[in-house]
Design a protein around this ligand. Structure first.
Ligand SMILES: C[S@@+](CC[C@H](N)C(=O)[O-])C[C@H]1O[C@@H](n2cnc3c(N)ncnc32)[C@H](O)[C@@H]1O
Length: 293
């Protein structure tokens, strides 16, 4: 009899325990079903010191439009507005974060400069950003990379807190409070075949390929073909070197210029940096390929 009573008591205790635990289990499992967004990255705020360095590394100025993709409590765009008079847009999938951002913008007196949108960053139109801030995860950066390269204008600056962009190498990086900040500049698209004119060149054919900001290719003039060396794009600014043998010595020409759609133009310099004339290239538009990888 004693044993039966003990068994009943244990069963009741187990039942009570299960009944108490069940709602917790259901809540954790059913968060999304209850309307919580499925975040790609959990919330973790950037420290104010790091946020300020992110603005510094991108040289944020009043003429900029700063986007924070996954903006948390809005601190980066609010700081840019308060300290640099910059317009900004924060995007976050979590309504709690958007509510906090709006409250923080009101408290900082910058609601006329900033806007917060409850949206998936992958669905957000980012084409009018001049600076983009990211504090995501490595694989989310990689997923966002084609969108950044496709939608952002050449010259748009990107700062990524902690995480790289895979094989898209940063222009620079710094370490603050033990965290790396990576700085990128969206390159123009220089790919394809260009008809180039310049000093000592009547008309040459310039064929370029590009991986992010690194440019490679060849320049053909008459029967000669030379490799494009040290090719680099920083936004719309392009530079590359052509070396051609001349009477045993090397003739080095540095091409510096700017890419605007299907036209590139600039200055040719000799190896001492002395300008020796202007160059211009026109692209066969059909030969350009996407750089959004
Ligand atoms: C690590 S926190 C960074 C917050 C803020 N950028 C900062 O640096 O203080 C990442 C933020 O991204 C948001 N997030 C995650 N996935 C998202 C998505 N797909 N679209 C928009 N926001 C997202 C999260 O809600 C979170 O607030």
């Amino acid at each position: 009899m004693k044993m039966l009573r003990a068994a009943i008591q244990v069963s009741i205790a187990l039942f009570v325990l299960l009944a108490a635990l069940l709602p917790w289990g259901c809540q954790a499992f059913g968060e999304q079903a209850k309307g919580k967004p499925a975040l790609d990255v959990p919330y973790e705020p950037t420290s104010y010191k790091i946020a300020r360095e992110m603005l510094n590394i991108a040289n944020v100025a009043p003429s900029d439009v700063v986007y924070d993709l996954g903006c948390g409590d809005g601190r980066i765009v609010i700081m840019a507005a308060k300290e640099r008079k910059t317009r900004g847009v924060g995007v976050d999938l979590d309504p709690t974060r958007i509510r906090e951002s709006n409250e923080n913008a009101r408290a900082a007196g910058v609601t006329h400069l900033v806007r917060f949108i409850e949206q998936n960053l992958f669905d957000t139109d980012i084409s009018n950003a001049t600076v983009v801030m990211l504090y995501l995860w490595p694989e989310v950066n990689l997923k966002a990379r084609p969108k950044l390269l496709k939608e952002l204008k050449p010259g748009t600056r990107i700062v990524s807190h902690t995480h790289t962009m895979g094989d898209w190498k940063p222009e620079s990086e710094i370490k603050v409070e033990g965290h790396y900040l990576y700085f990128f500049i969206v390159p123009a698209n220089s790919t394809g075949t260009w008809r180039l004119t310049g000093p000592d060149l009547n008309t040459a054919s310039l064929k370029l390929t590009q991986r992010f900001q690194v440019v490679q290719g060849s320049l053909s003039t008459g029967s000669e073909t030379y490799p494009v060396m040290n090719g680099h794009l920083k936004g719309r600014s392009i530079r590359f070197t052509i070396e051609s043998p001349r009477q045993g010595a090397k003739k080095i020409r540095l091409f510096e210029g700017s890419v605007s759609g299907n036209v590139m133009e600039g200055t040719v310099k000799d190896k001492t940096g002395h300008a020796i004339g202007a160059w211009k290239a026109i692209r066969d538009a059909a030969t350009a390929v996407s750089i959004a990888e």
